[in-house]
Write a protein that binds this ligand. Sequence first.
Ligand SMILES: [Zn+2]
Length: 481
Amino acid sequence: MNFTIKDVLIPVEQGYATVDVQLVEGSSEGDRPTSIIEAIAPHLEVIGTAVDGKNKLLLPGFVNAHTHSSEMWQRGAIPPVPLELWLAELYDFAPLEPEQVYLSALGTAVETLLSGGTSVVDHLVLIPGKEIETVAAAVRAYQKIGIRAFIAPLIQDESLTAGIPDGEANREHETYLRSTEATLALMAKVVETFHKPEEGVNILLAPTGIQLCSDALFEGCIELSDRAQLCRHSHLLETAAQKLLAQEKYGCSAVEHLKRIGYLSPRTSLAHCVWLNDDDIAILAETQSTVVHNPLSNLRLGSGIAPILKYLQAGVNVSFGCDGASSNDSQDLLEAIKIGSILHNITDSDYHHWITPRQSVEMASLGGARGLNLADELGSLTVGKKADLVLYDLTNLSLLPRTDPIGLLVLGRPTNAVDSVWVDGKRIVADGKVTTIDVDELQKELFARSQWIDRRQSQTVSQIEAHYRLVMGLPKQHLTP
Ligand SMILES: [Zn+2]
C-alpha cells in the first residue's frame, strides 16, 4: 500500500506546482489497510511503488453526495413531468430483485469513479419485504468495486399521496406498508449489521423528507444517529409543492420545523434545498448543515434553481450530487459540477459572487467530506489525510491545449480524462479502466436484464394527476397522455 506519485501537477495557492506525493500505509483499522498522505514536495525519495504522474493532475476525490443507485434501471424512461408525478411513475416500475440493486450500484460506482468521484452517498430505495437483502446487495457491490460507500437506506412512514399538498381536498391516505416502529427497528438492524467504516461502508439515517415522514420517524432517526455519531441525510424542499405542504403540515417552514425537532446538525446533509427563504438559509448556517446541490435533477424535473450563491455567502457548506439516474439521467459528476457552478451566474449579476472552478473543486471534495463529517480525513491534498485520490490525464484531447487544467476540467467537457483512482490507497482505476470488476461483463448483464421501453402507463400517475394540477393551480385539461 506504499506508493509515490512522481512529478505530478497539483494546485497550489498561486497556480500549480510539480511535486512528488508519498503515500504510506496508515494505522490499519479493522480488515482494510489504508494509505495516508505522508509528504508532498518536489524531489522526494520513492517509497513503495513509483507511479508516473508526469503530465497529470492530482486532485482529492469528489463525493457524489446524493444519488439513488437503483434508478439506473429507468434512466431515460420517465417523461418530462414534475417530481410528484415522476416519483409515482418511478415507484410503479421500480426494480424488485436485489441482484438488480447489485448491478445498478456497480454501474453507479463506475460512472462516479470515471468522473472524479471516490465516495458515493446512495439514498437507497429499499425493495418492500427484501429490505435487508437490498442493503446487502449494495454493500456487496460497493465493497467489490472499492468505492467509499455511504449507504442511506431511504425510509418513510407515509404513503406517496401524502407528499402532495391537500389544498381544499381533505384527502385520506393509505397507511404506509411498514409502521414507524418497524422501520426504526429495521434501521437499528441495518446499522448493527452493515455500518463498518473501517471496511469502507458507512450507514446513514435517511428519512426521505418532510413530505413523507412523521416527526416520530425523524426523532427515531435522530436518536439512532446520535447513538453512534452517524450522519443524517434527507431531501429538503425540492419542489414548490413541498413548500406548500410544509405550511399545511406545520404552519411554518420545513426548515424551522426540522430545527425545532433537532434534526439539523453538522452531521446532517440535505439534498436539493431549492425553496428556502433567507431565514431558512440562516438556520442552515447556524446549525452547520450541508446542502447537496443536484442541478441536473432540479432542471430535469423543473424543480427550480437552488439559491447556491446565497448559501455560499451565508457560510453554508455545499457539495454536489448527481441525484438518481432517472432524474439526471446519468451519473457524471463532472457534468453536475459544471452545470451546478455556471447555472448560478444568471441568478446574480454581481460576478464577484460567481463560483470559480477552484471553488467548485473544493465544494465537490472538501465540501463533500464535510457533509459526511469526515473533513479531517478526506477531501484535500493534505499530509495526514487518507489517500482517496484522482489522477487526470492532461494529454487527453478534451483537456488540450494546455491552459488552466482545473478551469478546463470544470468548464470543459472532459471525456475519459480520469487516468487513475485510489480509495484508501488502493488503486481501483488504472489507465482509465476500473481494475476491480469486469465492466464488459457488467454491460452484458445490464443489457441482458433490461429491454427497450415503449409507452407504459403508470396507474398511480393517472390516480393523482388531476389533484396535483388542481392544487398547483394548473389548468384542468392536458393530462399527461
Ligand atoms: Zn433524491
